[in-house]
Ligand binder design. Structure first.
Ligand code: NAD
Length: 489
């Protein structure tokens, strides 16, 4: 891919409401800064609560006709959209690179484009799988249950996988017959507007999907509080998840699904295949510059192999994540952090580690300037109670601690407010399954680790990592109401 391939001649910055691009009512814009150059990427129209109102109205008006379509027709639209996205991945990749710094094509970093398209195709295939139940268990009755769409749904997404997150929300909601208003992250609003243009091009009926750029407050909050929104699905941080549940409770008690943060443990036993474990741990540490909810950031390594593993991890993280550059350039394998806020946050954790005199054995600082680049960093044997062990850093920073026995490492792995993902490397399958059962996490990988997921399997968090599940063959379920119908014979 030549440098800057995919750059559109005209970058769309307006809101997408009722099938049209429109400026915000106030005319207000906000600036998105390219994190690799610290230069302006675009000034984008900012949605206000009044814009939320008109987007929700468009979605409400579009709902009856969309819900009345044959499910297979809705699936066809989603499939067409997936194919259109596939044809425009360079443009989408370019816009994500200049807003939140994700490099685009080079493996193993191109999984986002692949996941976006394949995920949407998978959701399209579920359109006709929606089904209720029948029961003859009550004498003299035939009882049925219907699955029906909520109506207007909303989604609020983060910036770390903009198009991927968008497709996770719109796919199951729209095939289920809902319409939607989706708010992108203020850090990465542009690629979603390309997808909005593709919705126009494939002829998606007006108002079925509306896309707003804007901040958590007031735009996201207005969506979470809106009385005409029946369901909201949110991916982002724990504090925002709590704010959204509160807003839903204080308004119309809309249904809420939350996909939140993580601090995922990865346990490596002394019988592990280190040829596999080391590169897997390194990819999980630096992929997407460490900006992933499911990435393994607390590594527990058996004391017998600790030194060997650590030496290997240093080499692998340097090789896989050490070379940073402008993410729009072909050779770039790792980009900057998403913006100055994220950069400062991670640097704050690195300063904390230095202040606490923790043992930083790799990296620990800024990689280059200009741009918000941070070195792959390893902190060794930090106390379990320290902030770097407890809090989500969301950068290319891992903590590696040693352990001796199984019971102790399970207790330490589970000693977290999060429960999104956990991994184990061992050749002992009984031990692997025993521990898989004891991990308090929504996903467990054995002899593998994140970012591994599968579309047809449920994905979500235990404890404060979330509420509800995405993906799976029943991905539509959380986007539908149920109704039981009792028929007296
Ligand atoms: P964030 O919570 O700051 O923001 C997420 C979204 O919520 C943004 O669109 C933001 O504008 C909006 N928002 C902020 N305040 C709001 C409010 N009061 N009301 C409504 N909306 C509001 O999170 P982030 O920094 O964008 O993303 C990083 C976080 O997301 C991390 O914690 C990460 O672990 C998590 N994440 C989770 C998953 C998952 O599937 N579990 C996936 C990716 C990211």
């Amino acid at each position: 891919m030549p440098d800057s391939a995919g750059k559109p001649s005209n970058i769309e910055t307006r809101l997408f409401i009722n099938g049209d691009f429109v400026p915000s009512i106030s005319g207000q814009t906000f600036d998105v800064i390219n994190p690799a150059t610290e230069q302006l990427a675009a000034s984008v129209y900012e949605a206000s609560p009044e814009d939320v109102d008109r987007a929700v109205k468009a979605a409400k008006d579009a709902f009856p006709a969309w819900a009345a379509l044959d499910a297979s027709k809705r699936g066809d639209f989603i499939l067409k959209l997936a194919e259109a996205i596939e044809q425009n991945l360079e443009e989408i990749g370019y816009l994500e690179a200049v807003t939140m710094g994700k490099p685009y094509l080079k493996p193993p970093y191109n999984w986002v484009g692949h996941h976006t398209v394949e995920g949407l195709k998978f959701f399209a295939s579920l359109a006709t799988a929606v089904a209720g139940e029948t029961s003859l268990n009550t004498n003299g009755f035939v009882n049925l249950s219907f699955r029906q769409p909520y109506g207007v749904t909303a989604a609020i997404i983060p910036w770390n996988g903009p198009s991927f997150m968008l497709c996770n929300k719109i796919g199951p909601s729209l095939v289920a017959g809902n319409t939607m208003v989706l708010k992108t992250s203020e850090k990465s609003p542009l690629s979603a507007l390309t997808i909005a243009r593709l919705c126009q091009e494939i002829g998606l009926p007006k108002g079925v999907l509306n896309i707003l750029s804007g901040f958590g407050r007031p735009c996201g909050e207005a969506l979470a509080k809106h009385m005409d929104v029946r369901k909201i699905s949110f991916t982002g941080s724990v504090p925002t998840g709590k704010a959204i549940k509160k807003a839903a409770a204080e308004s119309n008690l809309k249904n809420v699904t939350l996909e939140l943060g993580g601090k995922s443990p990865l346990v490596i036993f002394d019988d592990a295949d280190l040829e596999q474990a080391i590169p897997a741990a390194a990819v999980s540490a630096v992929v997407n510059s460490g900006q992933g909810c499911i990435l393994s950031t607390r590594l527990y390594v058996h004391e017998k192999i600790f030194d060997r593993f650590l030496d290997g991890l240093k080499v692998a993280m340097t090789k896989i994540g050490g070379e940073v550059n402008d993410p729009t350039m072909e050779a770039t394998s790792r980009g900057p952090q998403a913006d100055k806020i994220q950069f400062d946050r991670i640097m704050g954790y690195l300063q904390y580690a230095k202040d606490q005199k923790l043992d930083i054995v790799l990296g620990g600082g800024r990689a280059r300037e200009p741009g918000y680049f941070i070195d792959p960093t390893i902190i060794v044997n930090a106390p379990e109670y320290s902030r770097v062990m407890k809090e989500e850093i969301f950068g290319p920073v891992v903590c590696v601690n040693s352990f001796k026995d199984e019971e102790d490492v399970i207790r330490r792995s589970n000693d977290s407010i999060f429960g999104l993902y956990a991994s184990i490397f061992t050749r002992d399958i009984s031990r692997a399954l025993r521990i898989a059962m004891q991990f308090e996490a929504g996903s467990v990988a054995i002899n593998a680790t994140s970012p591994l997921t599968a579309f047809d399997m449920p994905m979500g968090g235990w404890k404060q990592s979330g509420d509800g599940r995405e993906f799976s063959r029943r991905a539509w379920e959380s986007w539908m109401e149920q109704k039981t119908v009792y028929i007296k014979l």
